[in-house]
Every structure is written in C-alpha cells, then in structure tokens.
Design a protein around this ligand. Sequence first.
Ligand code: NAD
Ligand code: WQD
Length: 341
Amino acid sequence: MHKNILVTGGAGYIGSHVSVRLHEEGYNPIILDNFSNSEKSVLAGLKNITGKDFKCYEGDILDPSILTKIFSENEIEGVIHFAAKKAVGESVEKPLEYYKNNVSGLVTVLEAMSQYGCENLVFSSSCTVYGQPDELPVTEQSPKKPANSPYGNTKQIGEEIIEDTVKSGAMLKSIALRYFNPIGAHSSSEIGELPLGVPNNLVPFITQTAAGLRDKLTVFGSDYDTPDGTCIRDYIHVMDLADAHVQTIKYLENHTESSFFDVINIGTGRGNTVLEAIHSFEKVTGQNLNYEIGPRRAGDVEKVYAQVDKSEKLLNWKTKYSLEDSMRDSWNWQMRLSRKS
Ligand code: NAD
Ligand code: WQD
C-alpha cells in the first residue's frame, strides 16, 4: 500500500517536482492547491511524466474544512507544506496578505495534523533567514538575521511556530528545509517554473530574455566584493531539491524520537556569480544573452552559499546536477512555454 503524502502547494514550481519524485519512490502524493500561483495544466504535465492522475483537491490551506475533508478521506502519512506566497517585493507592499497566507496557513495545517494524529511535517523555509551571513559557507548554526522583508519574516516565524509546537510536547516530527536558489525544470519539460508577469528571479529573466520576451537582462550591481563584482548565490536544480524532500520524508519516518524539530540547508555548497550563471547559460544554449550592468538591487545580499555537510549526512543525499544542467533544463522549459503561447 503506497503511503499518502499531502503536498500543499503541490501544483507549484517546487511542489510539482517533488510530487514526481514522491511517486517515483513509491509514495502517493495528494495535492492541495488553490491555483493562486499555478495552473491546472501542471496536473496534465504530472500525468504525462508519471502516467498517473494524482489526487488533487482544489482549495485553500486557510480553510480548515478542506483539510478536514482531505484528512478524513485519506490516511495521511506526512505533509510537505509548500503553499505560501513567495514574492519578496510584493510582501513589502502587502504584508498582511503574506502573514495571513504563510503564517495563518501554517497554523491551520498544523491544527489539522494534530487533530488527525499526523506526525511528519516538512516545511519549506529559505536561506533568506540568514540574511548576509557573517561566515561562508553558511551552516545551520549561523544566526538568523532580522528579516529584510515580511516574506522572509514569515519563514522565520514559521520555523518558530513549529519549534514551539514541538516544545509543547505535541507529537510532531518536523524538518524545515532552508532552500538556497532553486532553478531548472524536469528534464521532460512537462513541468517547470511559471512566473506570473515580469520575473523577479534571475534564471526566468535570463530565459525570457533569450526567448525574446524581454529586451535585456540587467545585472544588479558589479561592485560587490566578489571575484567579478556580481553577487554570489547557491543555485540548486529543482530535481535535486525534490530528491531532498523525499529523503527528508524517509528520515522523519525512520526517526525514533516521537517529537522533534530540526533545520537543514538544501543547496549545492557551491557559489556562483551572476556573470557565471549568464555564461553558463550562454555555453549550454549557444546563445549570446543581451545583458547590461546596472545598479545594485535594494535588499540583495552580497554572497550566500550553503554548507551541505548536515544534509548529506542526515538525509544520505547529494546533488547530482550541475549549473549547466540546470540552465539547459530551464531553457528547454522556456522553449516549451514559448511554443505553447
Ligand atoms: P509556487 O508559487 O510555484 O508554489 C506555491 C503553490 O502554493 C502555488 O501552486 C500556489 O497556487 C499555492 N498556494 C499558495 N497559497 C495557497 C493557499 N493559501 N492555499 C492553497 N494553495 C496555495 O512557489 P515555489 O517556488 O514552488 O515555492 C514553494 C515553497 O518554497 C514556498 O513556501 C516558498 O516560500 C518556498 N521557497 C521557494 C524558493 C524559490 O526560490 N522558489 C526559495 C525558498 C523557499
Ligand atoms: C539571484 C541573483 C540578483 C534578477 C530570492 C528571494 C529568496 C529566495 C530565492 C524564497 C541576485 C541577481 C536577479 C535580475 C540580476 N526565495 N539578479 N538581475 O534574490 O537570491 O533570492 O529567491 O525564499 O528569498 O529573495 O534570487 O533569482 O532574485 O537573484 O542581476 O534581473 O541574481 O541581484 O544576485 P535571490 P534572484
């Protein structure tokens, strides 16, 4: 009997790739999504990859009745909680929407898990909790810095809510995965990232520029204290990230302590500059990208990349994909999108 894993936000960018990996590893993903930042066509993509119609509930994590329905209709072994709003800039303009969706939403999910005795939770956190770390690579012990956006604050608060719940003696085993910069797409190009409007993130901006949807890419600052002056990030292929989630579910299942909370960095351990990312894209696609150097973007950290010892040891997991693999898959996905529109 396949174990059911509730994947909130499972139609989204990361959740859809995780659903594929769960299926491949013998789990049965059950998706809950309100499609506020995804499209129903994702479900067709999932079917094309796996040959299976995943059970999907259309609804909002803020609505306890949909969670009651899901938990009463299915025996849920664990929850991977992706559903959240994620646009940093928008969160500055609409903080209450972010606190409601990301913080109240998590509370609603935790209440439903408690009510139905579901003990395993993977929470989507972010390297944004570290701000600009004092030391690199950044370890899980590095202190959290004051969040520089309401979005970032929702991730810090989310981790604290889970930790407090565990401290209260609740039967809850939970890991917050602090993702670095997820990029790439499934190699089939059936699923990938679907940015709405003008992308904020680097890689969708690169691929949309190369596809002719944007005139040029602006590199935000070239006067940072890095080898080529541009910011450094840890770009991780979304399928490596997906694999880490499956390993985390297995870790929670096998963990003997009945109640605990921990945090794990999920990155590659490598830092790349913006210019290296651009050149990697140019190399794998054979295209010259139209870009120019512009001013710094407010709020950007100079450099951040993960120390991966903890993830490799606890999860028995290692990244498999290179930056070039990610760029190739992002580009193939962009071409697929361009053909569809
Ligand atoms: P995404 O927007 O593609 O996916 C989130 C999904 O959740 C979407 O399908 C959306 O429709 C759904 N959703 C949002 N609010 C909901 C609600 N109230 N009820 C039901 N469904 C809802 O985002 P993603 O990139 O896949 O990110 C997934 C998670 O990972 C988020 O929690 C995000 O904060 C976190 N994260 C993302 C990144 C990144 O760069 N993509 C980095 C670090 C952390
Ligand atoms: C990467 C690099 C930019 C666009 C964001 C969130 C973070 C996390 C991941 C969720 C930076 C540069 C970008 C462009 C550029 N998400 N850049 N020109 O800022 O590291 O992180 O996504 O938790 O919370 O803040 O990612 O892709 O926006 O930027 O030069 O048009 O690319 O300055 O150095 P970021 P990003």
